[in-house]
Design a protein around this ligand. Structure first.
Ligand code: AHN
Ligand code: ZN
Length: 336
């Protein structure tokens, strides 16, 4: 892997040659605009792993429970510690079972003066049951991968942003609530709401996309992380991402390949999935991709076999996967 110093040097040399070659064909008095070489800081997978473990230790982060409340406060406090401007959105939504969920989206903003912004997101709530398990199918899960992994990687990105030179763009990190409160597998007829078809998943992103934390908020593009910590995970080019943001998919997959992570960021397509990126694309109109473990080769309907079971715990979290995802995201935002 290229070290920090080597990478900066590489950029400087690249800039030098860029000027050299153009000098041959054009007037020497022409001023050259060379983008300032910013060193991409290193991603610490131990740190990301620790942030995942911390979340899991609160207990399942199911809306309307104490672990959910306490974990939300922890996330806010961490982001403030890492120098972000933190905005929260508290709102209530009806769930598929008629209960009212008290939800909170948490937004961390960096480089406030930058007009060109990139959005990074993950969901911080966890599934209230293990409906794809064979046992205890009505007990909540740890959600180490489904939930905590994306947040863990982005907390590490926030820590890095707070301690290093900023990228050229502004960065907004959003932790969405209420993503995983969709109907239990046993429910045969998905309930309607006010006579209308309703998607009971992704309640936080659905709310934010219609009520952004800053009125008229715009971003150049967005990246959602979901289930990004599994051992030997494969990320395929997901249908919704390809429909709404094919250029962003290409850019991220190209960067992953240049870093040697083609075994994780596989050059293959997978079907679309209902996840937070869909609403960011559809309602907030920000081209957004989903980096999600959802693979055509999986025997359990595209998902990993831990998905929505009690096996989704710290045992399946792998630091090498976290490194591949974290480094790819960091290089993407620092090269904008
Ligand atoms: C559906 O299963 C419809 N959506 C999955 C989105 C999801 C759930 N991501 C993580 N957990
Ligand atoms: Zn889930």
């Amino acid at each position: 892997m290229m070290g920090r110093t080597a990478y900066t040097l590489f950029l400087v040399i690249l800039a030098f040659f860029a000027c050299e070659s153009s000098n041959k064909s054009i007037d020497h008095s022409t001023a050259h605009v060379v983008k300032k070489a910013i060193t991409v800081p290193s991603f610490n997978n131990d740190s990301a792993y620790y942030f995942i473990k911390k979340q899991v230790e609160f207990g399942p982060r199911v809306p309307n429970t104490d672990p959910h409340l306490r974990c939300g406060n922890y996330l806010e406090a961490q982001l403030k510690r890492f120098g972000a401007k933190v905005t929260t959105q508290e709102f209530s939504e009806q769930a598929y079972d008629g209960s009212i969920l008290h939800l909170k989206n948490i937004v961390a903003s960096y480089n406030l003066s930058a007009k060109k912004r990139v959005l990074l997101a993950a969901h911080w709530d966890t599934r209230p049951f293990a409906d794809k398990d064979f046992e205890d199918r009505y007990l909540p899960i740890d959600g180490a991968n489904d939930g905590a992994s994306g947040v863990g990687v982005l907390l590490e990105v926030a820590r890095i942003l707070g301690n290093n030179e900023m990228p050229n763009t502004g960065i907004d990190i959003i932790f969405f609530d209420g993503e995983d409160y969709g109907e239990h597998e046993d429910i045969e007829n998905v309930p309607f709401k006010n006579g209308l078809m309703q998607i009971w998943w992704c309640l936080g992103s659905q709310y934010w996309a219609k009520n952004p934390h800053v009125p008229g908020y715009a971003a150049y593009y967005g990246i959602v992380l979901d289930m990004v910590g599994g051992k030997n995970a494969e990320f395929h080019k997901e249908g919704g991402s390809m429909q709404f943001a094919p250029k962003v998919v290409k850019r991220v997959w190209d960067i992953a390949r240049s870093l040697g992570y083609s075994n994780y960021f596989v050059n293959s397509n997978s079907p679309g999935i209902t996840d937070d990126h869909i609403f960011i694309n559809r309602d907030a109109k920000i081209p957004t991709i989903d980096i999600v473990e959802y693979k055509p080769t999986s025997p359990s309907f595209y998902f990993g076999d831990y998905h929505h079971t009690h096996r989704d715990n710290m045992d399946i979290i792998d630091k090498q996967t976290l490194q591949a995802v974290g480094e790819t995201v960091l290089f993407t935002i620092y090269n904008e």
